[in-house]
Ligand binder design. Structure first.
Ligand code: AMP
Length: 395
């Protein structure tokens, strides 16, 4: 079956067409500046990429342009839309309602809408993407795959905050966690690479990208994760602060004459390694600046690595031991400096790193030595393939 995977944002829409039998990507691309002007970058596998600047007033227009490209005589990869057997949609927040992927129907749409409060920037955009696809492909089954679903197995002691219980009951204030599709994919793949079943392993997955989260996966099930009610909690990220003393919000609001919304904007968009370094949110820039002697860039990277190492320690304790640590996503897969720094804190766990492999970029491999008590792995994530697999499994 050919599965169209859609990841829809407020002004962008990423897509991949995947052949589920061969797991090959037939084409992928992105529509950007939807509602502003419109740019479509379409990359058909084995053919020349196409860049189109064309009006995209709505997401429906964007999806319609994508479908045109997929079936185009020159740039296309399928003869007709009938070849698309299903659409898999990334949905950011499934609240407590969705512990797994679901076939989308009217009832599901209403429940996803009910989660909008929890992810006001993301869920409404995901819903717009689903509706646009439904309009243009009314007879194609659609599946929703939630970023939060994998984390729904967390026990209550891991997901409750130390707040008045009524906030949980009335408003659903609790830890949900994000990047679940990636944590699920990478923890399973880690087990596969180690020749074990997921049930046999305690794995700590470090999804380190522009947004970063760590999760504790015990016997294949998530028991804790670093992001919370929103993706702001946890380690410092590209531009997000991660966990801070909550009293800082009022303190900065008073000092800088800001309201809570403005402070939260700073915590989401101007903090993290960019805020500390004053250089960039991109770890490539930070590594280069550090090499050139920029102290703030160096401390930003070290602060990040230290914070990840502390979560690893916490999750090793939460699971009463850890068999494997997996690094994934943009930084986790590519940045050897960060991986080596994090592992330098893990000697007490019996981690022994291979000093060459730990610096190799983007290779799926074990980077610990045979004598290491904990296996340290680099496992590239593939959220689109995970969504396509979920979609086919459900249908
Ligand atoms: P993601 O959010 O998973 O797409 O990751 C994006 C981040 O990965 C970028 O902001 C970079 O900081 C980081 N990244 C990508 N390639 C490299 C690299 N070669 N070395 C270090 N960091 C990288």
């Amino acid at each position: 079956m050919k599965v169209l995977v859609i990841n829809c944002g407020s002004s962008s829409l990423k897509y991949q067409l995947i052949d589920s039998e061969t797991e090959q990507v037939l084409a992928k691309g992105i529509c950007e500046r939807i509602g502003i002007d419109g740019v479509l970058t379409h990359k058909p596998t084995g053919k020349t990429p196409v860049k189109l600047q064309t009006a995209m007033p709505t997401h429906t227009t964007a999806v319609s342009l994508v479908l045109e490209q997929l079936t185009d005589k020159e740039n296309g990869v399928i003869a007709s839309l009938d070849e698309i057997g299903a659409v898999g949609h990334r949905v950011v927040h499934g609240g407590e309602k969705f512990a797994s992927s679901v076939v989308i129907n009217d009832e599901v749409m209403a429940q996803v809408e009910a989660c909008n409060d929890l992810a006001p920037l993301h869920n409404p955009a995901n819903i717009i993407g689903i509706n646009a696809c439904k309009e243009l492909m009314p007879n194609v089954p659609m599946v929703g795959v939630f970023d939060t679903a994998f984390h729904q197995t967390m026990p209550k002691e891991a997901y409750m905050y130390g707040l008045p219980y009524e906030y949980y009951e009335k408003y659903g204030v609790r830890r949900y966690g994000f990047h679940g599709t990636s944590h699920s994919f990478v923890s399973k793949r880690t087990a596969e690479l180690l020749g074990k079943k997921p049930e046999e392993l305690n794995v700590i997955v470090c999804h380190l990208g522009n947004g970063s989260s760590i999760s504790a996966v015990k016997g294949g099930k998530c028991v804790d994760t670093s992001m919370g009610l929103t993706p702001l909690e946890g380690v410092p990220m590209g531009t997000r602060s991660g966990s801070i003393d909550p009293a800082i919000v009022e303190f900065i609001a008073n000092k800088e004459n800001m309201d809570v919304h403005q402070v939260l904007n700073v915590l989401n968009k101007k903090s993290g390694v960019e805020g500390v370094s004053g250089v960039s949110s991109d770890f490539r820039d930070l590594d280069n600046a550090s090499k050139e002697g920029n102290e703030r860039a160096a401390i930003a990277v070290k602060m990040f690595s230290y914070s990840v190492a502390k979560y690893i320690g916490a999750y090793a304790a939460a699971m009463n031991g850890v068999d494997a640590i997996a690094f994934t996503a943009g930084v986790g897969e590519n940045d050897g400096v960060v991986r080596a720094q994090i592992c330098s804190y893990l000697g007490y766990l019996g981690v022994v790193i291979d000093d060459e492999k730990v610096y190799q970029r983007g290779v799926e491999q074990e980077v610990s030595k045979p004598e290491s008590k904990v296996r340290v792995m680099v496992v590239p994530t593939n959220e689109e393939l995970a969504i396509a697999r979920e979609t086919v499994a459900l249908l």
